[in-house]
Design a protein around this ligand. Structure first.
Ligand code: C2E
Ligand code: MG
Ligand code: MG
Ligand code: MG
Length: 282
């Protein structure tokens, strides 16, 4: 009957809730341990100039090398880390680690060659009262050149208008670039971004997945390109998997792309080999 079904469903739901609470606790405790036992890793995904097909930067993406469960991806733990406050030490660790690992490569580049290291920063981390001080410390400790660093924030970070504006201005003074990640999936509009010191838009994979066939997606990309030009921002497209996508995005005026077509996120040693050899032709 409907009633017993309802009861079962409720029961099931309660179970599920308990299980989820249990899981969250395990993730939280595991992450605390991971931070002190050196169990976190940073993988790097190349950013590619869509015209020259050269690697012009990398995005740092955190992973957790779990003693029993193997390599765990950030979608399984970043949300929990945000809720329990672990995102601040975790975010600092990623920033520090990526700057240490990438500094020798960046420092050895000939003058005039641009290369950027992009690091994801969650809203809670970005809006935290000591974020700029931490960033300052990391840059000083690692010697990473600030003009080669880019922070990826999401549209939700910009909702704390006054606080985010003051952090953005501090970053501008520091010479650190900012990009809007997953652009188009949140609620901000390009007109809001116009007045902010933001240098780049990252178009989310969901907006290009139907290319080159989708007329609709083509029109949306065209509109974003036109507006980004008017605002002197550049574009990186996320999640490019097919050569035909890369081709049409380049024709539409997007400068940079990332995606499995070029490379998956890879460990640092593998990245160094790729940077030395260059990408195979696609
Ligand atoms: P994101 O910053 O938008 O990163 C892009 C995600 O898309 C990455 O997943 C990447 O591996 C994946 N990806 C790249 N190319 C392709 C492709 O061609 N096809 C498909 N289907 N996927 C592709 P990943 O590494 O699992 O990271 C997921 C999210 O976790 C990131 O999304 C970011 O929001 C968050 N994240 C990762 N590392 C950090 C970090 O250090 N701090 C914070 N706060 N968040 C992080
Ligand atoms: Mg990102
Ligand atoms: Mg993204
Ligand atoms: Mg995305």
């Amino acid at each position: 009957t409907a009633k017993s079904e309802g009861r079962n469903r409720y029961h099931f739901f309660a179970n599920d809730m308990a299980e989820r609470a249990q899981q969250r606790m395990e993730v939280e405790q595991g992450l605390r341990r991971a931070l002190v036992t050196d169990a976190l890793r940073v993988h790097y995904q190349p950013r590619v100039d869509l015209t020259s097909r050269r690697i012009v930067g990398v995005e740092a993406l955190v992973r957790w090398q779990h003693p029993e469960h193997g390599l765990i991806f950030p979608t399984s733990f970043i949300g929990i880390a945000e809720e329990c406050g672990l995102i601040e030490p975790l975010g600092r660790w990623v920033l520090q680690h990526a700057c240490v690992e990438m500094r020798p490569f960046v420092a050895a580049l000939p003058a005039g060659v641009d290369f950027h290291l992009a690091v994801n920063v969650s809203a809670r981390q970005f809006l935290g009262s000591d974020f700029i001080a931490i960033l300052h410390d990391v840059l000083a400790e690692t010697g990473f050149p600030e003009q080669a660093l880019e922070l990826e924030i999401t549209e939700s970070t910009l909702q704390a208008t006054e606080r985010s504006l003051s952090v953005l201005h501090a970053l501008e003074n520091l010479g650190v670039a900012v990009s809007i990640d997953d652009f188009g999936t949140g609620y901000s509009s390009l007109s809001v971004l116009r007045d902010l010191p933001i240098q780049r838009i990252k178009i989310d994979r969901s907006f290009i997945v139907g290319l080159p066939e989708s007329e609709n997606q083509r029109a949306v990309v065209e509109a974003i390109v036109a507006l980004s030009r008017a605002m002197h921002m550049s574009i990186t497209v996320e999640g490019i998997e097919h050569a035909a996508q890369a081709e049409v995005l380049e024709k539409l005026g997007c400068q940079e792309g990332q995606g499995y077509l070029f490379s998956r996120p890879i460990p640092h040693a593998e990245l160094l080999r790729l940077l030395a050899s260059g990408l195979p032709p696609r």
